[in-house]
Design a protein. Structure first.
Length: 295
């Protein structure tokens, strides 16, 4: 009823900054853009052999979990991954299955890790997306590098960013909800905790006792418990596959759940959203949803 499409539309090329802002950013609609990164050297260069040569033994941050779910609700906790410092080539050995591990490994640190931990690779992509920077009048707050196993899953959540998600190799599988689905998506407050390796090599969940509780979505949209969360039956998810060489524009405040093919490599650009009337409308919807549930 609000005009969301039944599927995520495709653009054959990037638009002008004005057109893109007017047709996609302002109405807060997602799209997949072809031929937006076809000029990136990374599309041809970023093989495992190349990454071993360029990054090699450099120690990087890797998220490690027993089940593939980092930053997700588990055993009534909001559990964050173990953040392990390890040589990048050792991580590649695990992804390429040269070394076996019962755990799931994912390079996914989201503090502009491309520029902070992998500066050697920036020249193969771009420090920003020029037409988006012009459309928004700002540079990205963060540029992130993603590489991991197919078992690594990003639980349903939203971000306060305009997100350009670029797949370099493999595929990403997105399940999306517009902000207007907020009344149907459950949030609860959870004690934050972290996975830690114990002496016998197994994981234990350790509470972050001094931290405040975290609001998070407990529902798995791929297998929703409609007895526990019956309102979710009214939500209307969009699903899309972003293939190598394609870019997803994921608008701010859209809920998203992400999976990937094994060894998928991606780079995303986070531009801070405008805290304008759209944000105010979302906050109103969020407050009304919480109030109705308290009645």
């Amino acid at each position: 009823e609000l005009g969301w499409p039944e599927s995520v539309p495709y653009l054959d090329r990037p638009l002008s900054p004005l057109e893109f802002y007017r047709e996609w950013v302002s109405p807060n609609k997602p799209c997949i853009i072809r031929n937006a990164i076809s000029h990136w050297p990374a599309l041809k260069k970023w093989t495992s052999a190349y990454l071993r040569e360029v990054v090699g033994a450099k120690v990087v941050s890797v998220a490690v979990t027993p089940n593939g779910y980092a930053d997700a609700v588990f055993q009534d906790r909001f559990v964050m991954p173990e953040e392990r410092q390890m040589p990048f080539m050792d991580f590649l050995d695990i992804v390429e299955k040269k070394v076996t591990s019962p755990n799931v490994f994912y390079v996914q640190k989201q503090c502009s890790n491309l520029t902070e931990e992998f500066p050697e690779l920036v020249c193969d992509v771009q420090p920003d997306i020029p037409w988006m920077s012009e459309a928004l009048g700002k540079k990205p707050d963060a540029v992130n590098f993603w590489l991991g196993e197919s078992a690594a899953v990003t639980s349903l959540h939203k971000d306060h960013y305009e997100n350009l998600y670029c797949v370099v190799s493999g595929e990403k599988y997105f399940l999306l909800h517009p902000p207007s689905d907020r009344p149907f998506i459950p949030y609860e407050l959870y004690q934050p905790a972290t996975y830690q390796i114990s002496e016998d090599g197994s994981f234990e969940i350790v509470d972050e006792k001094t931290a405040e509780k975290v609001p998070w979505i407990p529902l798995d949209p791929l297998n929703p418990d409609l007895e526990l969360y019956p309102e979710y039956a009214q939500a209307k998810p969009l699903q899309c596959t972003v293939k190598a060489g394609e870019m997803l524009y994921l608008p701010s405040l859209w809920f998203h759940h992400v999976q990937q093919s094994h060894g998928c490599i991606a780079v995303n650009y986070w531009y801070d959203m405008e805290y304008d009337i759209k944000y105010s409308y979302y906050q109103l919807l969020d407050c009304l949803t919480k109030t109705v549930k308290m009645l």
